[in-house]
Design a protein around this ligand. Structure first.
Ligand SMILES: NC(=O)c1ccc[n+]([C@@H]2O[C@H](COP(=O)([O-])OP(=O)(O)OC[C@H]3O[C@@H](n4cnc5c(N)ncnc54)[C@H](O)[C@@H]3O)[C@@H](O)[C@H]2O)c1
Ligand SMILES: [Zn+2]
Length: 368
């Protein structure tokens, strides 16, 4: 899309005190916009006093209509990052995820409609795709089902062709791939998109879902059941231990730097007014450079001068084997491109501070 001159926008950033949200807030300020942060400061995301972003801050929950109306006053667009993330501990967490992520999104969208705000950018996720895209030498494009516990325990990590059992070649997933969420969190992320699409239809609004791939970078939370794999490796290395890599380490992911994700949000917010009204447009948001989890562990260990990764063969039932994005639509339509190369980003992440449990923030500290 041609560079479109946008005046400065007032943007409600839900979850703006979180890992990605805080980077979005910084990027908006740098571009001359006016972010307003709404964040409940969930204890699962903030183990200790949070570092608050340097923006107008409302401490509140997106499920609370009373805080939404004043927070939406004078706002041009909503950037919805607030969510409970990660896999949780077990199925008993399901109602909590649905409540926070889906009732939360519905409540926010209802208030957005009421306030006549017509632009929403949503933090989507690649988890909506389930297992990625594969090609069978005989059957072409196929979609393998979930891997069985027996196969995983037997070290058979690659999903076979569901029709003939042949070995498959993993490929890049584009936005038109069918959705196949495999866990409760993934279901809630897909429902957020459907709710936002329904909102766009009902209000003639404009909506974007940025389907983030594996986001990493400074400010990433430490290893909790809710954190990403890069965090686990980083924390192990900080303790002087080798990163423990599950399966055989050859599972492929797209690791995208948090500053690039923040820039994608700014690009989507600035372009939103020119997008088609009444629909939600989804954009994969990845680096376009797939790497294996083993490579990622190796890059972090190198950068830390720490012990080499250990491949353990352990697995988590419900994890997908390979999931890598085709992010060309985002590059083409919004003129976005990732700026942080894998090696550089991992080297920086290896040295960056993580959000520490119980650590008090320095006055006015800006971790980014
Ligand atoms: N980190 C990743 O790799 C990744 C990948 C794909 C998608 N996402 C999505 O990106 C968004 C941001 O994730 P993150 O990694 O920054 O997580 P995070 O936990 O660091 O940030 C989420 C923030 O939202 C807040 N929050 C949660 N529920 C809320 C509610 N009901 N009301 C108000 N605030 C609430 C939390 O307090 C937290 O500050 C989420 O929607 C997540 O699903 C993240
Ligand atoms: Zn086949």
């Amino acid at each position: 899309m041609a560079a479109h001159s946008v005046g400065n926008m007032r943007v409600l950033v839900t979850g703006g005190a979180g890992f990605i949200g805080a980077h979005i807030v910084s990027a908006l300020i740098r571009q001359g916009h006016e972010p307003v942060v709404l964040d409940a400061l969930l204890p699962t995301a903030h183990h200790g006093p949070p570092v608050l972003p340097e923006a107008e801050f409302v401490h509140g929950d997106v499920r609370d209509t009373a805080v939404l109306a004043p927070a939406l006053r004078g706002v041009d667009a909503v950037c919805h990052q607030a969510a409970m993330v990660g896999l949780g501990k077990d199925f008993a967490d399901a109602p909590g995820y649905v409540d926070c992520n889906d009732l939360g999104t519905a409540t926010l969208l209802a208030a957005t409609a009421e306030a006549r705000v017509r632009q929403v950018v949503l933090a989507g996720s690649m988890v909506v795709y389930g297992e990625g895209r594969y090609a069978c030498p005989r059957h072409g494009a196929v979609r393998p089902g979930p891997r069985s516990a027996a196969d995983l325990a037997g070290g058979r990590f690659e999903p076979p062709c569901p029709r003939c059992g042949a070995e498959l070649t993993p490929g890049l997933v584009d936005e038109d791939a069918p959705c196949d969420p495999r866990n409760v969190y993934a279901v809630t992320k897909l429902a957020q998109e459907h709710l936002t699409a329904a909102w766009a239809r009902a209000t003639d609004g404009r909506a974007v879902s940025l389907r983030y791939h594996n986001v990493y970078g400074p400010g990433m939370p430490r290893d909790t059941p809710y954190a990403g794999v890069a965090s686990f490796f980083r924390s192990a290395l900080a303790r002087g231990e080798a990163p423990r890599v599950f399966e055989d380490g050859a599972q492929r992911r797209d690791f995208v730097h948090v500053r690039d994700v923040a820039a994608a949000n700014v690009a989507a917010l600035e372009a939103c007014a020119d997008l088609e009204a009444g629909v939600l447009t989804a954009y994969n948001t990845g680096s376009g450079e797939p790497h294996t989890v083993g490579e990622m562990a190796g890059a972090l260990a190198d950068a830390c001068g720490g012990p080499a990764p250990v491949v353990t063969g352990e697995f988590r039932l419900g994890d997908v084997r390979h999931i890598t994005a085709d992010s060309r639509r985002l590059r083409r339509d919004l003129g976005w491109s990732p700026r942080t190369a894998f090696r550089d980003g991992m080297a920086e992440f290896a040295r960056a501070a993580q959000r520490a449990p119980g650590a008090a923030p320095a006055a006015g500290a800006q971790p980014f």
